[in-house]
Design a protein. Structure first.
Length: 267
């Protein structure tokens, strides 16, 4: 019971934090920070505690490949939402989930290791960047008024996915557990919040920025694959999270220096 409460509270705080960043700093930064391994870290920590560290290492390749399915989710969301004239949000969510499901099923049919999975993600991320490069970044003006309904909407999807995946991990095995750990746990509710509370273009800005933070997710999983067994789950979790944060620090540092030398640019 205490583990269930911990899952719910941890996930809720992360989703609310990302949403707050989107409102204060803009969707572009929120999209990049959605690449933080927050969702997968939560899932990996609790699966590691409940199923053991070896289970996590066996799931790692398919978690990384699952990030390619997340990119397909994003592109499916954008492709449907940007073309729909009515029921835009419902169709976008349906298109995104269908794109994710098709990609996930295709991935399960391919024998993978962590390195081949990383190559797949890199290729799909490059494609996503190319597709979204013409979208102009947006900035949120006035914030939506916080209500209990808004709060519930922000945390509901994320909590449901974390609790479900960690709860059925032993039943579905490492391959599907790994894939579902890569599901856009934090990104999904963030896109819905931005589209409902602000505009579809704000959601598209998050989708555009997401691939730039994605290596942080890959670094976390690769590190977890290497250290969860020798260090144990708690210590391995901390080391993996620190390694992923270093990627984002390096990315933002290089991006700032590039802008200082060349002037502000999108992307």
């Amino acid at each position: 019971m205490s583990l269930l409460i911990a899952k719910i509270l941890t996930t809720a705080l992360v989703v609310l934090g990302l949403s707050s960043i989107a409102e204060r700093a803009g969707p572009a930064l929120a999209g990049t920070l959605a690449g933080l391994p927050l969702g997968v870290a939560i899932v990996y920590f609790f699966i590691g505690i409940e199923q053991g560290p070896v289970f996590v290492t066996e799931a790692a390749a398919y978690t990384i490949a699952g990030f390619a399915a997340t990119l397909c989710f994003n592109l499916g969301y954008w492709a449907v939402s940007s073309r729909a004239h009515s029921h835009r949000l419902h169709l976008a969510v349906g298109g995104a989930l269908l794109a994710y499901l098709i990609a996930a099923i295709a991935i399960t049919m391919v024998p993978l290791n962590v390195w081949s999975a990383t190559v797949i993600v890199a290729v799909v991320a490059g494609f996503s960047i190319a597709v979204m490069r013409r979208h102009q970044d947006t900035v949120i003006g006035s914030k939506v008024r916080m209500t209990w309904l808004v709060l519930a909407a922000r945390i509901g999807v994320a909590v449901a996915v974390v609790v479900a995946v960690t709860g059925i991990a032993s039943t579905i095995g490492p391959r599907w557990s790994g894939l579902l750990a890569g599901f856009p746990i934090m990104l999904f509710p963030l896109l819905i919040i931005l589209q409902v509370s602000y505009s579809p273009e704000d959601a598209y800005t998050v989708i555009k920025a997401f691939p730039y933070g994605l290596p942080s997710l890959v670094v976390f999983v690769l590190c977890a694959w290497m250290v969860f067994v020798p260090l144990g789950v708690p210590a391995g979790f901390v080391v993996s999270l620190l390694a992923s944060l270093l990627w984002l620090v390096a990315y933002f540092t290089l991006k700032r220096r590039w802008k200082m030398m060349n002037g502000p640019q999108n992307g």
